[in-house]
Structure formats: C-alpha cells, structure tokens
Design a protein. Structure first.
Ligand SMILES: C[S@@+](CC[C@H](N)C(=O)[O-])C[C@H]1O[C@@H](n2cnc3c(N)ncnc32)[C@H](O)[C@@H]1O
Length: 247
C-alpha cells in the first residue's frame, strides 16, 4: 500500500516535471504571440471583458499560470496590484521582459497554482487563462483559489475543453501555433492523455465543483468571438468558455 502511494506521488512529480519542461520550451514563441496580443486590438478587448466583472479599482489580483504575463501586464497597466505565478522559469523570464517593455509594475513568482504560498483571504480577484486544462489536479487548484480569495472575491477562469481535441502541427505562418514542432505537438497530446481534467465535460464539471466549494457561479460557453478579433492572429477554433465565480 505504502509502495503504491509512493509510486503514485513519483508519477505525479514526473508528470509535473514534463509539464514544466514543455512550457519552458514553448516560452519564447509563446511570448512572441502574447506581445502581439498586448500591442494589438485583442488586449483592450480582454481588459474590457475582465473589468466588467472586477469588483473595483486598485485591486490585489492573482494571475494564475501567467505565462508570458498577458493578464498581469494588462491589469498592472490599469493600476491594479498584480502577482503573476507560473511553474515555468522561462515563461516568468518572458513575463518580466514583457513587463519592462510595457513599462508597468507587477510581481512575478515561481509557484504552483495547485499549492499557493499566500495566506488565506489575500486577493480581491484571481484571473486565469488557458491554465486549468494543463493541470494534474484542478480540484486542488480550485480549493487553493477559494482559500486565498477574500470573501466576496472574484474568480475569472477562461479555458477550453481541450481533453477531446487532438492537436496537430500548424504550418500556416499566421497561425498562433505555427512555431510548435511536431515533437512538441506530440508531447502536448501525450501529456493531455495523462490528465484527469481531459476526461471531464467542461465547463459543466468546473461549475459544479466550484459551487460545491461555496462559489456562486455564472458562465459563458464561448467568449472567443468577443476577444479574438485581431486579423493578424489566427487562433484555433476551439470554443473558449468563461467562468465568473464569486466567493
Ligand atoms: C497556455 S499557457 C497560458 C499562459 C497565460 N495565462 C496566457 O493566457 O497567455 C499555460 C501556462 O500555465 C503554466 N502552468 C502549467 N502548470 C502550472 C502550475 N501547476 N502552476 C502554475 N502555472 C502552471 C505554464 O507554465 C504556462 O505558462
């Protein structure tokens, strides 16, 4: 029994390491697309959507799985006090470079979204985009997010039901995923197969678990048409759901 438990925690650590390596390798190319998003029309569209749901100005906000800092930078530019966390050191390096280029101030820390190093009730809001599909334990992440939100705090989670999709290599230069090698596409699909979240129907599963935790929840099935208008960026056409949850 003890042996089986040890084996399973070794497997989890191994999987987490693979996920971290994958995003480290993707960081430079990923950051290039995020810079375009920040500088093009879509950044403003995202901000408009997010601000509709934020409870005020000058908020303490956590960007979970910040990547190259997209949400963190947008919100810091609006005067919020933002901390972006990510497991990938290379992504955080890109986030800091992008923040300097945009001339704003946010804090970036290496940390797992499933195990937060913050006291209870620290944040007014948590924002997250395209993170939860790539987590080994989304329930743990949601429990942690609930813990660090202040009462009345808001969680905005934007993601897609990637579990049912098999990614393929994109060659069209304008495609946002054009820089990803076949080897990386194969690794991404293989990681996805290992994740329990890939077996759930989303966002239904998320909504029901968040309610169980005590959140009140609203959602949109697909916000992609609202925030992906930049003609120079060709995104995939998987719907992007939005979850707006209040503690
Ligand atoms: C698809 S990217 C999204 C980045 C950013 N939110 C955006 O929309 O541009 C997913 C990010 O989640 C990060 N990530 C994966 N597992 C994580 C974990 N356990 N804790 C924190 N970040 C994680 C990856 O390193 C990567 O930067």
């Amino acid at each position: 029994m003890i042996h089986a438990k040890k084996q399973s925690s070794n497997n989890t650590r191994e999987l987490e390491q693979r996920i971290e390596n994958y995003w480290d390798k993707r960081s430079a190319d990923f950051s290039r697309v995020r810079r375009r998003e920040l500088d093009g029309p879509d950044g403003e569209l995202w901000l408009r959507l997010i601000e509709t749901h934020l409870p005020g100005e000058n908020l303490r906000i956590l960007d979970a799985g910040t990547g190259a800092g997209f949400f963190a930078i947008l919100l810091a530019q609006r005067g919020h006090r933002v901390t972006g966390i990510d497991m990938s050191s290379d992504m955080l390096h890109e986030a800091k470079k992008n923040m300097t280029a945009e001339g704003c101030q946010a804090e970036f820390r290496k940390m797992s979204a499933q195990e937060l190093d913050f006291p209870d009730a620290t944040f007014d809001a948590i924002v997250s985009r395209n993170l939860t599909w790539t987590l080994p334990d989304v329930m743990e992440a949601y429990r942690e997010w609930y813990r660090v939100l202040k009462p009345g705090g808001i969680l905005l989670n934007f993601d897609s039901d990637c579990g049912k999709v098999t990614f393929s290599k994109k060659d069209e230069q304008t495609d946002v995923h054009a820089g990803i090698s076949q080897e990386m596409v194969t690794e991404c699909n293989s990681i996805k197969e290992e994740l329990r979240i890939s077996t759930h129907i989303r966002p239904d599963w998320d909504i029901s678990y968040l309610k169980e935790l005590g959140f009140s929840v609203a959602s949109d099935a697909d916000i992609a048409p609202l925030v992906r208008k930049d003609k120079q960026l060709r995104y995939d056409n998987i719907p992007m759901f939005a979850i707006y949850a209040k503690k």
